[in-house]
Design a protein around this ligand. Structure first.
Ligand SMILES: Cc1cc2nc3c(=O)[nH]c(=O)nc-3n(C[C@H](O)[C@H](O)[C@H](O)COP(=O)(O)OP(=O)(O)OC[C@H]3O[C@@H](n4cnc5c(N)ncnc54)[C@H](O)[C@@H]3O)c2cc1C
Ligand code: FES
Length: 263
C-alpha cells in the first residue's frame, strides 16, 4: 500500500474523557482522513483556545475506523496544549495535518511478535497490535506504567487477541514491580519472537533495543521528538543514527529499525 499524501483535514470531537490518572481518550470524527491512517502514523493537531500558540501537537492514534470515519487518540495531559485539548467538548471543531510519518512495518515472514508499551506509548502500540491481529500475526504484549492508576489498554490488547499481556508498574501497584524490560527479558528467554515493536520513554526503548539485539530478534521502535513543522522542513525533530547521520522523526520516522538509532 502506498502511503497517502499528508494534508489538512477538519475534525469534530465526538467524545473526550478521562480513562486513567492524567490520561484522556478523545475520539475525533474526521472521515476525510480516518480511512487513510496506517498504524504507527501520527496526526498534527491544532488545538484552539490560545491564539498565541501556533504550533500543532503531534499525537499518535490507537484506532482509526474507516467505516465510522473516526480516530481514537489516548493522550497524557502534560502542558498547555494537551490541557486545552482536554477541555474540548463533543461538537468542538478544529483541523489536523495527517497522515504524518511512516507506519509500523509488517516484517516479512514474521509469525510471532511481541509489542511493548511504556506510559502513553500504549496509544500507537494498540494500533500496532490491531495491525498484527488483522494480518494474522500472533502476539504477546508488555504494558508498563508508573502506577496502577495510569494504566490503560490492557483489556484492549486482550480483546485484540494477545496471547499474554504482562503488566509492570514502577511501584508494584499492578502486575510485576519493575520495568517493561524486565518482563520482556523473560519473554525473550522463553519465546521465539520474529519481531518486537516498542514505544515508550527513550530509555525504555534503548533497553528493548539492547535485549532484542542480544537475542537476535528484529526490533522496531516509535520515537518521539519535539516537532515544529511535522513534515520535514524545519529540522527540530532530528534523530541521531548509528551511522553518524541524522533523520527526521516526523518524515523518516517516527518508526525506525532499532539498529538504525544511535542510543
Ligand atoms: C510522533 C509523536 C507521537 C506522539 N503521540 C502521543 C500520543 O499518542 N499520546 C500522547 O500523550 N503524547 C504523544 N506525543 C507527545 C505529545 O506530542 C506531547 O506530549 C505534546 O506535544 C505536549 O504538548 P503540550 O503543549 O501539552 O506540552 P508542552 O507545554 O509543550 O510541554 C510539556 C512537557 O512535554 C514535553 N513535550 C512537549 N512536546 C513533546 C514531544 N513532541 N515529545 C516529547 N515531549 C514533549 C515538554 O518538553 C515538556 O516537558 C507524541 C509525540 C510525537 C512526536
Ligand atoms: S518537525 Fe520539522 S523537520 Fe520534523
Amino acid at each position: 500500500m502506498t502511503a497517502a499524501a499528508t494534508g489538512l483535514h477538519d475534525f469534530t470531537v465526538v467524545t473526550n474523557e478521562s480513562v486513567a490518572d492524567g490520561l484522556m481518550r478523545v475520539v475525533l470524527s474526521a472521515p476525510d482522513v480516518a480511512f487513510q491512517m496506517e498504524a504507527g502514523q501520527f496526526l498534527n493537531v491544532a488545538v484552539p483556545g490560545d491564539a498565541s500558540q501556533i504550533l500543532r501537537i503531534p499525537l499518535s492514534f490507537s484506532h482509526a475506523d474507516a467505516k465510522a470515519g473516526t480516530i481514537e487518540i489516548v493522550y497524557a495531559v502534560v502542558g498547555d496544549g494537551t490541557r486545552r485539548l482536554s477541555l474540548m467538548s463533543p461538537g468542538d471543531a478544529s483541523t489536523v495535518v495527517a497522515p504524518c510519518g511512516n507506519p509500523w512495518p509488517l516484517v516479512e515472514g514474521s509469525r510471532r511478535a511481541c509489542v511493548v508499551a511504556g506510559g502513553v506509548g500504549i496509544t500507537t502500540v494498540v494500533a500496532c497490535a490491531r495491525m498484527l491481529a488483522e494480518a494474522g500475526v500472533s502476539f504477546d504484549a508488555v504494558v508498563g506504567a508508573q502506577t496502577a492508576g495510569r494504566l490503560w489498554g490492557v483489556d484492549v490488547l486482550e480483546g485484540l487477541g494477545a496471547g499474554s499481556v504482562s503488566v509492570t508498574t514502577d511501584d508494584g501497584t499492578a502486575g510485576r514491580r519493575g520495568f517493561t524490560t524486565d518482563a520482556l527479558a523473560d519473554l525473550l528467554a522463553q519465546g521465539s519472537y520474529d519481531v518486537v515493536y516498542a514505544c515508550g520513554p527513550e530509555v525504555m526503548m534503548a533497553g528493548v533495543a539492547r535485549l532484542c539485539r542480544d537475542a537476535g530478534v528484529a526490533c522496531r521502535v516509535s520515537m518521539e521528538r519535539m516537532m515544529c513543522c511535522g513534515f520535514g522542513a524545519c529540522g527540530t525533530c532530528n534523530v541521531a543514527m548509528a551511522d553518524g547521520t541524522y533523520k527526521s522523526c516526523c518524515k523518516d520516522g517516527p518508526v525506525f529499525g532499532a539498529e538504525e538509532v544511535a542510543w
